[in-house]
Design a protein around this ligand. Structure first.
Ligand code: 6PG
Length: 255
């Protein structure tokens, strides 16, 4: 499903309503909501909206289990950290709100699974993250997790999570989480793999801005070039895929 919004507020509101709808249903059906958050800057508005008075009481956050689609190999308080971005825009505002309430439950969230960065042994960080996911979902050998909701962004080069063009990580089929050297960035990144992403019940891309318009056209309207445009690899096998964009990013889609 592709939806184009005239402004951030409407885009973020649809995304927040969908997040709550899927989360409430997951908790009702399975007793918990396993959600994968995206990094970068695009999701900030959505995270702040979810933590706002309009949405914060519509979710049972104690049944929410947060994961991250990818992470930079930096400390949790580094300004580049995807965890820090979520902490500042979603977790901390919810904790601050709860701490002002008469109720005194200590536990606010089910759990938050942070990639244990930084590390000189990024492969071990990925292996540990994979093991945490295997344990959480009680997976058997070669089984992939079925997250309820995976939020993704898309870079102007067509990458998603930390699955970059022509990367070895694009073709991994036997792992849930990997460490990958990203030549263009000159750094190692941590990321979920496409089999882990494509086994989700719901996957939602948030894409905004002129700088992504040409790539979004290529990804959605161009030929199949999954190595050049990794976001084309996101095809949930048994799940719903949402592309939420603003007018700037979608300006070439009618072409
Ligand atoms: C990251 C993200 C990455 C991001 C895109 C878009 O670690 O950077 O996971 O995949 O979603 O690069 O980033 P913006 O939202 O900042 O444009």
């Amino acid at each position: 499903m592709l939806k184009v919004y005239p402004n951030d507020a409407e885009l973020n509101r649809f995304a927040a309503e969908k997040f709550v709808e899927i989360g409430v249903r997951a908790i009702a059906e399975r007793g918990r909501f396993a959600v994968v958050l995206a990094g970068g800057s695009t999701p900030k508005g959505l995270y702040r909206l979810l933590a706002s008075a309009e949405f914060r009481d519509r979710m049972d956050w104690t049944r929410c289990f947060f994961f991250f689609g990818d992470e930079r190999n930096v400390a949790a308080d580094d300004e580049e950290s995807n965890f820090r971005m979520a902490e500042e825009n979603l977790f901390a505002p919810l904790v601050n709100y709860r701490s002002q309430q008469p109720r005194t439950e200590k536990v606010l969230f089910g759990d938050i699974y942070r990639w244990q960065t930084p590390s000189e042994r990024a492969e071990q960080v990925a292996a540990d993250y994979e093991n945490a996911i295997v344990t959480f979902f009680n997976l058997s050998e070669n089984e992939f997790p079925r997250f309820d909701f995976i939020l993704l962004g898309m870079g102007a080069d067509g990458h998603t999570a930390s699955l970059f063009p022509f990367s070895d990580a694009l073709n991994v089929t036997d792992k849930i989480a990997v460490a990958v050297w990203v030549e263009k960035l000159g750094t190692t990144r941590l990321t979920l793999t496409f089999p882990a992403i494509n086994n989700a019940r719901n996957v939602m891309f948030l894409v905004k801005g002129d700088d992504k318009a040409e790539t979004l056209r290529a990804v959605l309207r161009g030929g199949s070039e999954p190595e050049k445009f990794p976001s084309q690899n996101v095809k949930p096998e048994n799940g719903e895929l949402f592309w939420l964009t603003d007018g700037s990013a979608a300006k070439f889609l009618d072409a």
